[in-house]
Ligand binder design. Structure first.
Ligand code: ADE
Length: 273
């Protein structure tokens, strides 16, 4: 996969040299190029922003530098043999970035990121490139960052670990929270490693029982506990056809009951403050 990032803070993307993404780059599984948007400004002050039409606070990033930068970056990529670009624009008003979207992006050969500072990029830039390629406007959560660079790091890491051969063990993302498959829609429960006793705290006996069926059941119960506590919305969304008898038992213990339609809701008398 090829990744281009156009930013006014190239140094913000330094973490792409480290850890999983850094190693994927070193192994040639991922090619990352970071470009300074100000290389496409032609005035003394390297201006990239201006006041918003219609008034209001803050500044808007200008069409000129973005258009010239993206044209050159795209031309450079095509010349180097890349194909099938998609433009990724981080913004708090984008669609939520989920594991599903990470999988979709990981299947594309070339991602071009356009992280904005200030109040965002002039709308016409996204409209222009949307005539030539898919444009993904994505939000990494319901909070406002000072700019999209941190979101580029988040999206790149989530995507890179899905690329073939990047994770050591091909199975490593099968049980991820949010991964499609067996534990879909539940959060992962707690994990333990040696030593067996630390500061008087022991590990759950079942994990050293050698009984794979019991271990799998215990993990699923813990996944239900954690999901009920931290993300009750995920349980409400679950298709109950995927629940077995033991799932229903643990849900009932945790205060959830099936509605006539089959979906599970938490009994109100058991809700915490
Ligand atoms: N830029 C500022 N806030 C953001 C967010 N929550 N997600 C993506 N990009 C952003």
């Amino acid at each position: 996969m090829r990744i281009d990032v156009v930013t006014i803070f190239p140094e913000y993307l330094e973490p792409l040299n480290v850890s999983l993404v850094g190693k994927a780059r070193a192994r040639g599984q991922l090619g990352v190029r970071v470009h300074d948007l100000r290389d496409w400004t032609y005035d003394r002050h390297n201006t990239v922003d201006d006041t918003p039409y219609g008034g209001g606070p803050g500044m808007v990033m200008k069409t000129g530098p973005w258009g010239d930068a993206l044209d050159d970056v795209l031309a450079g990529g095509y010349e180097a043999g890349a194909h099938g670009p998609a433009l990724v624009v981080p913004t708090p008003s984008g669609r939520p970035f989920t594991q599903e979207l990470a999988v979709e992006l990981s299947e594309r050969p070339w991602l071009v990121f356009a992280p904005a500072r200030y109040e965002g990029i002039d709308r016409r830039v996204m409209d222009e490139y949307a005539t030539r390629m898919p444009v993904y406007e994505v939000s990494i959560g319901d909070y406002v960052l000072a700019g999209g660079e941190a979101a580029v790091l988040v999206v790149t890491e989530a995507v890179a670990r899905l690329l073939p051969g990047v994770l050591g063990n091909a199975e490593s993302h099968r049980d991820d929270s949010f991964a499609p498959g067996a534990m879909a829609d539940l959060l992962e429960g707690p994990v333990y490693t040696k030593p067996p006793v630390w500061r008087g705290r022991e590990i759950p006996d079942v994990l050293v029982s050698g009984h794979h069926g019991k271990i799998a059941r215990w993990r699923r119960d813990e996944a239900f506990r954690r999901t009920a506590a931290n993300r009750p919305d995920l349980i409400e969304r679950c298709d109950p056809a995927g629940f077995d008898k033991k799932d229903r038992e643990i849900l009932s213990m945790l205060g959830w009951s099936p509605e006539p339609g089959g979906r599970f809701w938490r009994r109100p008398e058991l809700m915490e403050e």
